[in-house]
Ligand binder design. Structure first.
Ligand SMILES: CC(C)(COP(=O)(O)OP(=O)(O)OC[C@H]1O[C@@H](n2cnc3c(N)ncnc32)[C@H](O)[C@@H]1OP(=O)(O)O)[C@@H](O)C(=O)NCCC(=O)NCCS
Length: 218
């Protein structure tokens, strides 16, 4: 098979590190061109190497090519998510709640979440991803907290692969931070697609239940 030259030049194949992939889109559109060669990618990567200790800012993504591209670059820089086309990311931003975390104006992480259909359904966190050089600074927690704050009356559901200890530990830390309780959820309680998993991907589902006192107080 003849590979497109961009794919040959890419520093690593993708989808990347199957063991660490926590979720994927059923209708994923993979873009086989290489993001590593795109203008500006290298400059952003160099800035990430010397990130300041500035405050983390979380904002809603805009359905623009610019934010679609930032997501693509963050997907490319992380080792555990698929790299999508700009167009696909823009579509996700239109359809879901997508939040972007920035440090000193540089995007360093994102989260996409799906609001449950009915009032009693949770907010489904489909993915939270932080670029490696910005990890363990509170970015993942800031993204989850910001997503949860947008749906204060809903519990929060998410799924992890069994070996993703960072994700499990982040979820536990997040549950504690909102005074909630994290519980394992039986298979089939939620649709795979709500959790952002494709058929055949094994996962473990969780729900963070908000404290009922908090809900009554709202
Ligand atoms: C999981 C992930 C989002 C965490 O992001 P992060 O910004 O590093 O997380 P935070 O700095 O907010 O961490 C908050 C808490 O989570 C826990 N945690 C995060 N990463 C951890 C790790 N590698 N090992 C153990 N605990 C971890 C810790 O309790 C941490 O608090 P502490 O740093 O004070 O000890 C990040 O590692 C990542 O992008 N991984 C790849 C994508 C992925 O697996 N996403 C999750 C499934 S959807």
């Amino acid at each position: 098979m003849i590979l497109p030259s961009a794919a040959i030049q890419a520093p690593r194949p993708w989808p990347i590190n199957g063991a660490a992939i926590c979720r994927c889109y059923r209708l994923a559109v993979f873009d086989l061109s290489s993001p590593y060669q795109e203008p500006g990618f290298g400059i952003w990567k160099r800035r990430l190497k010397s990130l300041s200790v500035s405050e983390i800012r979380v904002r809603e993504a805009k359905p623009t090519a610019e934010d679609g591209r930032w997501m693509r670059w963050m997907q490319a820089d992380g080792e555990s998510t698929y790299i999508h086309s700009v167009e696909y990311n823009v579509l996700k931003i239109e359809q879901q709640l997508v939040l972007v975390a920035e440090i000193a104006d540089d995007p360093v992480g994102f989260c996409n979440a799906l609001v449950g259909r009915t009032k009693s359904d949770p907010l489904f966190i489909q993915l939270v991803a932080v670029v490696p050089s910005a990890r363990r600074r509170g970015v993942g927690l800031a993204l989850l907290s910001a997503a949860a704050a947008r749906e204060p009356l809903r519990d929060i559901a998410m799924a992890t692969l069994d070996d993703n200890l960072a994700a499990r530990s982040l979820n536990e830390r997040f549950a504690k931070s909102i005074g909630g309780e994290i519980r394992s959820v039986p298979p089939r309680r939620y649709r795979r697609t709500d959790l952002g998993f494709a058929n055949g991907e094994s996962h473990h589902a969780w729900v963070v239940e908000r404290s009922r006192e908090t809900l009554i107080g709202i």
